[in-house]
Design a protein around this ligand. Structure first.
Ligand SMILES: Nc1ncnc2c1ncn2[C@@H]1O[C@H](COP(=O)(O)OP(=O)(O)OP(=O)(O)O)[C@@H](O)[C@H]1O
Ligand SMILES: [Mg+2]
Length: 470
């Protein structure tokens, strides 16, 4: 963070200071005491499982010089001053807004969409880092905590901030854009993630489009021309619009042609831009990463990276955030796709497509947990996914293993596909899924493991690979 005295932090956040006003915060602002470091500020957050106030001493013990909290913490203020505020997320937002406005030379880019924000942010970061110092942490720092914490990492050496913006309701993205106003904004897609909370896809589009609305007239809105709800956001922005498309015949300036997948489902394509074309071979798995790569390319292009830098950077970019289409091969020739970070109808279909492609020479097994937050459509959505799984490979899918009660309706969908000859099984938990697979897997089989976060199926993928649980 830019160095600030605790007195100044108290002023910015409207907090009450206990302790030495001249103490200076020079390090990172964190909400996890295990991540605290020398010179840092520890913000105590009351979560569902833990109360950050209980960890203030631990943070100070490893170097935090001050604490932001809603009530006094058991750390003597001579050891570390405290700033007491009514609302920690609001205080973090105020502090982040101050830092963002103190660094006018930083180009701020926001990325939103229902699926692929983290992947695109990671790809974009690996391109933009070629232009100068960039802040874009691995992982999904995209909400009222992660977003300001990311902004607070910026300092005078920072040139680019690449931010992931998420919404669970209307106004969330507008709020995040108010903290660190982006000049560049990319909207990837409008899908069913959290659609239950929003009430439907049009409501999701309204919320995601808040990013387009927040952009200034001298900004750039990067929009997916292949998604009609995203394309329509062109009417909601004052910024210049630049579209991207995975359809080579599209009028979008940034496009992909000749998309092919290798045996491990890694796409290669010809990147078409107004400046020319270049071959790109991604290290990421799944055709759905083509639009993500195009969005990252369009953003880096606007920031000034040339075509060679973009093509080279996309080819060199790795998956920085874990459990998104992580593909590993076992010694016995079984391939495991760990896509257990999260799940919604679009991302499960994308993963099943990749599985079908990768299992062409063997058999595919899909271990699928539930897709959360789909509201009233939950049961029907799980049935449709089961049907899709049975249809997609026409069907190389040898086994569909639905984990947990909420995922079980997938089996009804799959069984409705008469031509599918695979096996459909419902199991209560990951351990049972593992037992079942142990007797079935043969060399050249491919296993996809995917579910919403709450199911924690990444442990199943780890166990399949013989790794300790994570
Ligand atoms: N364009 C896409 N279409 C469909 N699925 C995608 C797309 N991009 C990524 N995915 C899949 O969606 C899942 C989540 O990817 P990622 O973490 O990049 O998305 P996110 O939008 O950041 O998610 P979250 O809302 O949890 O932060 C992964 O399984 C990934 O493979
Ligand atoms: Mg994310």
């Amino acid at each position: 963070m830019i160095p600030l005295t605790v007195a100044r932090i108290a002023e910015i956040t409207g907090g009450r200071l206990l302790g030495d006003p001249a103490a200076v915060v020079t390090g990172e602002v964190v909400i996890d005491s295990r991540l605290a470091g020398p010179g840092g500020l520890f913000a105590a957050v009351v979560g569902e499982r833990a109360d950050g106030h209980d960890f203030a001493s631990a943070a100070v013990a490893v170097g935090a010089v001050a604490v932001l909290a809603t009530r006094p913490v058991p750390v003597p203020s001579v050891l570390a001053p405290s700033i007491l505020v009514g609302d920690v997320p609001a205080a973090l937002a105020a502090l982040a807004a101050f830092v963002a406005r103190s660094l006018p030379a930083v180009a701020i880019a926001g990325i939103t969409g229902s699926s692929g924000k983290t992947t695109t942010k990671d790809l974009a970061a690996q391109l933009i880092e070629r232009l100068g110092p960039t802040i874009a942490p691995a992982g999904s720092f995209n909400n009222e905590f992660g977003h300001p914490l990311t902004v607070l990492r910026a300092d005078p050496s920072t040139r680019y901030l690449v931010l992931e913006l998420s919404a669970r309701g209307p106004g969330h993205i507008a709020y995040l854009c108010g903290i660190a106003p982006p000049r560049y904004g990319a909207v990837l897609n409008v899908g069913h993630a959290h659609a239950g909370e929003f009430g439907g896809l049009d409501q999701v589009a309204r919320a995601k489009g808040e990013l387009a609305e927040a952009l200034p007239p001298d900004g750039v809105a990067i929009l997916n021309a292949d998604d009609p709800r995203v394309r329509a956001m062109a009417a909601r922005t004052a910024a210049r619009v630049v579209t991207f498309s995975a359809d080579p015949g599209s009028a979008a300036p940034v496009r992909a042609a000749d998309v092919r997948l290798d045996d491990l489902g890694r796409p290669s394509f010809t990147l078409l831009t107004p400046e020319g074309s270049a071959p790109v071979a991604l290290r990421l798995h799944g055709a759905h990463n083509v639009p993500n790569a195009l969005a990252a390319a369009a953003l880096a292009r606007e920031l000034g990276l040339d075509l060679d830098g973009i093509a080279d950077g996309l080819g060199a970019a790795v998956a920085r955030s874990r459990w998104r289409m992580e593909v590993r091969q076992r010694a016995d020739g079984v391939t495991v796709i760990n896509d257990a970070y999260n799940a919604n109808p679009e991302s499960v279909r994308a993963a099943l497509d990749a599985l079908a492609h990768m299992a062409q020479d063997g058999r595919g097994f899909a271990v699928l947990g539930h897709m959360a937050e789909l509201g009233d459509t939950s049961r029907a959505s799980h049935e449709q996914i089961g049907k899709y799984a049975a249809c997609v490979a026409n069907s190389g899918l040898a086994g569909l293993i639905a984990v947990g009660e909420e995922a079980a309706p997938m089996l009804d969908g799959a069984r409705r596909v008469r031509s599918w000859t695979g096996e459909a099984v419902a199991v209560p938990d990951g351990a049972t899924a593992l037992d079942l697979l142990a007797n079935r897997l043969k060399p050249s089989d491919v296993v996809l493991v995917k579910a919403s976060r709450a199911a924690h199926l990444e442990g199943v993928a780890a166990a399949l690979l013989g790794e300790a649980g994570q």
